[in-house]
Design a protein around this ligand. Structure first.
Ligand code: CFM
Ligand code: HCA
Length: 532
């Protein structure tokens, strides 16, 4: 261990120190290093993590506009999920959009004592009568699991009564160790209740799905625009600027592209098993990544016209991006960044920093698994603990409908694989990070303070819970969850936005002037008297 890690661990009780030590790795991209991930946070530690319900309702289902998502639980669970993530959507003229609403059963003490199923049924009927949506999702919060309300039985009964697609999620907050369990639960239900439920004639020559792009700050809009220009038909996005309607015919795509591997690799895997549709990992954050991903799609379809279009787009856009990059780079080059975000962005944003010559000295995920750090090759070696076993693993088999099985794609995959094209693969964050950078899983507030003292970073990327604590140290914090008020940061215009944002935040002396009033004098002084 280095002096920094020793210093961090010294404060912990022995058992805690032993556990946290395994979550910190001095990176060496040349070596196969193991990091502890996806295990319980130690009680009492101020984690960045959220809960299973957040990962299911907020993350995976939240950005879809034509489904009414009813939260069965106390109102607080709904309030925090009410658009704080800035997932955008663009309904067509006259099309509905339920995203701006917060639907909740508003459970009260008496529902906890006597059960909440009756109230849930009333809520579903009310939502149906008011909005006539094509689907309703029901999300379980912690108390629902504790008192044993059966959201699945209620959903089945209501589906029969109302005649629309209604399904539930056992995504109680405590069900897993983080949001990650909620992703898996959401993937299972989306796959079971939506994918393949409808058919559609082919509408394009190159039909794709985009998985794990949630349109935060308009990110998906940038990608969609370029696809359209290149002649790539986006069938469905899981789930940003999305509809359940499009998910129902997602099985008509020729390729699945996985952007956020952590939250949605399950659907990609299940669609390949059932329909034979292959998947590739993509990243549209930043200019170099977007260019690589576009070229990878063109390579897959292996069509001269498409390849020429993609090359032309990349060339044109890169020239625009380069002009801004070269102007901004001298102003921020050599600065230090840190990123502790979710389960994919701590990796996805590293290309952008690299483009500006900003060094990422430390990074980590909140809730990723070892494969997100070390690459998918470690999946067979990951120990399945009781917390993971608690989450249902669906058994998926090949479709019995021969018309839906894509033998052509299976052959295409084999052919391309023989030529060295990588399918179903993700290398993870650690192989891409510099030697001697510090990788930390599920970083907590104590560790954050020590990292800031040690590295004195110029920018810290994380979320709202970290923002003001970090800024009080005189370090600007860029939210890489909701982008503060900024974005999009995908593709070429997105890269330009990000460069300018970094210049704004880093090319200034203002942060060095921040001084906290309590540094020298405590703001509140108290005393305690113990009476005999
Ligand atoms: Fe995937 Fe996400 Fe992320 Fe994620 Fe999230 Fe998010 Fe995130 Mo916040 S799905 S893992 S659960 S990229 S909400 S859009 S920003 S923590 S890094
Ligand atoms: C979530 C959503 C979140 C929270 C972000 C934050 C998001 O995990 O439930 O802590 O600032 O992106 O909105 O990750």
């Amino acid at each position: 261990p280095t002096p920094l890690i020793e210093d961090i661990l010294a404060k912990y009780p022995r058992k805690v120190a032993k556990k946290r030590d395994k979550a910190m790795v001095i990176n060496d991209p040349e070596k196969d290093q193991e990091i502890q991930a996806n295990v319980r946070t130690i009680p009492g530690i101020i984690t960045q993590r959220g809960c299973t319900y957040a990962g299911c309702k907020g993350v995976v289902l939240g950005p879809t506009r034509d489904i009414v998502n009813i939260v069965h639980g106390p109102i607080g669970c709904s309030f925090y999920a009410w658009l704080t993530r800035r997932n955008q959507t663009a309904p067509a003229e006259g099309e509905g959009n339920f995203i701006p609403y917060a639907f909740s059963t508003d459970m009260q003490d008496e529902n906890i004592v006597f059960g909440g199923e009756v109230k849930l049924k009333e809520a579903i009927r009310e939502a149906f009568e008011l909005f006539h949506p094509r689907a309703i999702g029901v999300f379980s919060t912690c108390p629902v699991g504790l008192i044993g309300d059966d959201v699945h039985a209620v959903s089945r009964e209501m589906k029969a009564e109302l005649g629309i697609n209604i399904f539930g999620f056992s995504c109680e907050g405590y069900r897993g160790v983080s949001q990650s369990a909620g992703h898996h639960i959401a993937n299972n239900q989306v796959f079971s209740h939506l994918v393949g439920k409808n058919d559609k004639e082919r509408i394009g020559k190159f039909q794709v799905n985009l998985l794990g792009e949630y349109n935060i700050g308009g990110d998906a809009f940038e990608i969609e625009r370029l696809f359209e220009e290149a002649g790539i038909t986006l069938i469905s996005t899981f789930s940003g600027n999305s509809t359940t309607e499009s998910m129902e015919y997602a099985h008509t795509a020729d390729l699945n592209m996985v952007m956020c591997h952590r939250s949605i690799n399950y659907i990609a895997e299940m669609m390949e098993e059932k329909y034979g549709i292959p998947w590739i990992k993509v990243n549209f954050v930043g200019a170099t990544s977007a260019a690589k991903s576009l070229k990878k799609i063109a390579e897959y379809f292996d069509d001269a016209e498409l390849t020429a279009k993609v090359d032309a787009i990349v060339e044109r856009e890169m020239a625009k991006v380069e002009a801004v990059r070269l102007a901004v780079k001298p102003k921020v080059e050599g600065k230090l960044a840190m990123m502790f975000v979710g389960g994919s962005r701590a990796h996805h944003y590293q290309d952008l920093f690299e483009e500006l010559g900003i060094r990422v000295v430390s990074a980590g995920y909140e809730f990723a698994h070892r494969d997100d750090y070390e690459g998918r090759k470690v999946i067979p070696n990951i120990k399945i603990d009781a917390d993971t076993r608690n989450i249902e693993e669906l058994t998926v088999t090949k479709t019995e409908n021969p018309a839906l099985w894509r033998e052509d794609l299976v052959a295409k995959k084999a052919d391309l694989e023989a030529k060295g094209y990588a399918f179903a693969d993700y290398e993870g964050m650690m192989p891409q990070m510099k030697k001697n950078s510090l990788v930390i899983d599920d970083v907590n507030h104590w560790e954050t303070e020590k990292l800031i003292e040690f590295y004195q970073p110029d920018v810290f990327c994380a979320g709202i819970k970290e923002k003001y604590v970090v800024q009080k140290f005189g370090v600007p914090l860029k939210q890489l969850h909701n982008y503060d008020a900024g974005g999009p940061y995908t593709c070429f215009d997105g890269a330009v936005n990000f460069y300018k944002e970094m210049q704004r935040m880093l090319d200034t002396k203002i942060w060095k002037l921040v001084d906290t009033p309590w540094k020298n004098e405590p703001e509140i002084v108290g005393s305690m008297t113990i009476e005999a």
